[in-house]
Design a protein around this ligand. Sequence first.
Ligand code: SF4
Length: 207
Amino acid sequence: MSSPSLDELEEYTSRLIPVEPSGVFRFRCTRCGGCCSGGPNVSLTVFDVVRMARFLRIEWRGFLRGYVKVIIADVMPHMLLRGDERGRCLFLAEKHNGVKLCVIYPARPMRCRLYPLLVEGLKPRRLYLDPKSPGVGQGPERRTPSRLIEQYIWERREHYRRLHRLIVEEGVEPLEALYQALSEAWKEAEQGAAWADLDRLSGLGSV
Ligand code: SF4
C-alpha cells in the first residue's frame, strides 16, 4: 500500500467531523470491512498487544513477531497492526456469504473499539468522526462512550509514560524498552490488572 501524499492528508484532515466530548452522533456499521482494510494503520499500545496475545493464547513475543509492525521514530517505538499484501488486517475474516468479521473482536484494539470516532493526541476534548466510514451519519443517535474514551486516553498516556521513563530517564535502547514495557504489562495482566479484563472493557461502552 502506498502512503498518502501530503495533499491527500490535508484534504482528509479538513473533512474530519468534530464531535462534542459528551455529544451525540449517528453511525451504523455497514460491515463493509473498509476500516479494517486500509493498511497497517491501527496503532497499538502495550495494553492492546497483551490483551490480544492472551485472547489468542500466545505469548506477547510471538504476537509481536506475527502481527505487529514496529517503527522507531524520534527514539520512540511505535506499534501498528500488520496487514496482508492487500492492506487488509490479518484478523479480518470473510464468511462464505460475504459478511466480514473480526476474529479477535472481544480483544480488538482500542482504536478499533472506538472507530469511527478518532481521539486526537492525548486530549480528551478533541473528538472527530472519520468521514471515510460509509456508516457515519446513518442509523440511530449514539452518545459518545465517555468511559471507554477515558480508558483509551489512560492507556495511551501510560504506554508513552512507561516508554519515556525507560528510554529517556533510564537510557534503555528503544526496542529493548518496548520489550520491557510489554513484559511488565504481561505480568500485570497475569496478576489480574483491571485493564486486561475483557468483560470490564466491554462494559465501558462501544460505538
Ligand atoms: S483488529 Fe479487528 S476490528 Fe481491528 S482492524 Fe483488525 S479486523 Fe478490524
